[in-house]
Write a protein that binds this ligand. Structure first.
Ligand SMILES: Nc1ncnc2c1ncn2[C@@H]1O[C@H](COP(=O)(O)OP(=O)(O)OP(=O)(O)O)[C@@H](O)[C@H]1O
Length: 258
């Protein structure tokens, strides 16, 4: 058994002549909260797509708890306990909030999307669904169609569905994008609570979120990791400050206020 939840070695991804990921080595320990930051276009989403199976690596390896998963189909990787959210919400708009989460829970219990079963009576499913809705503070809105939720709640529901699948390695892609300050603070609390005991990898532009949430941070620039370490180590790294020009470098100090 590997103590690393995820281990990337010599990972590359090219699109034609464009080398987008240029040899990434990264170990993410089981149970840690790890943020991946970097300027626009650095390759963060591409890295998530390689880890979650949407893209096949050009070369190198992706290991989940020591097992090679590079190039495996996304649903197989999901079955092995890795789940990701997307920047654009992935929810079923016309289903209720509860039904959306219940789908994730059913999937995690091996029911697949077998809607024809009489699933309403499954006590365990209902309990687990309610537990997740509580943990992300959506229990009071459980019976609303998801489409009627305010934007921030839809993003929260996306996080809830990602977690409901039962995976113990959770990848969140810019979970607080488009949220106000107060919505962001609430989302950080919910993510912290809902991912307790799990491994979290998060791509995020909001430095306040990153410094609040992450045990360690990796900085991706032009498809290479230029620094990995604890928040205070990364913040003080001259290479990192150089990579973040102007306003974004100021953002590196935002965590001070937290
Ligand atoms: N399928 C693809 N085909 C060709 N180029 C791609 C593909 N996917 C991503 N790229 C390119 O790879 C580069 C990195 O994109 P990516 O979305 O991974 O960056 P990012 O760090 O997530 O950016 P952002 O912070 O803006 O979301 C970009 O130049 C993008 O145009």
């Amino acid at each position: 058994m590997s103590e690393n939840a995820l281990s990337l070695k010599g990972l590359t991804k090219s699109f034609g002549p464009a080398k987008i990921i240029q040899g990434v080595d990264l170990d993410i320990k089981a149970g840690e909260r790890h943020a991946i930051i970097g300027p626009n276009g650095a390759g963060k989403s591409t890295l998530f797509n390689l880890i979650s199976g949407l893209y096949t690596p050009t070369s190198g390896s992706v290991k989940l708890r020591g097992e090679e998963i590079g190039g495996m189909a996304p649903f197989k990787i999901n079955r092995k306990g890795l789940s990701r959210s997307f920047q654009v919400s992935n929810i079923f708009a016309n289903m209720t909030v509860r039904e959306n989460v219940r789908c994730g829970v059913l999937y995690s219990m091996g029911y697949g999307y077998s809607f024809l079963r009489n699933i309403g009576n499954l006590k365990e499913v209902s309990e687990k669904t309610a537990e997740i809705l509580e943990s992300v503070d959506l229990i009071d809105k459980a019976n609303l169609p998801a489409v009627l939720l305010p934007y921030a709640d839809q993003r929260t529901l996306e996080i809830a569905i990602t977690i409901a699948g039962g995976a113990d390695v959770i990848l969140l892609d810019e979970p607080t994008a488009g949220m106000s300050h107060s919505e962001t603070d609430r989302a950080v609390d919910l993510i912290t609570k809902a991912t307790e005991g799990k491994t979290l990898v998060i791509v995020e532009h909001d430095m306040g979120v990153v410094f609040n949430l992450a045990d360690r941070i990796s900085v991706l620039v032009y498809g290479e990791i230029i620094a990995t370490g604890k928040p205070e180590e990364v913040r003080g790294d001259p290479k990192v400050r150089e990579a973040y020009l102007g306003d974004e470098a100021d953002g590196l100090d935002e965590g001070d206020a937290a």
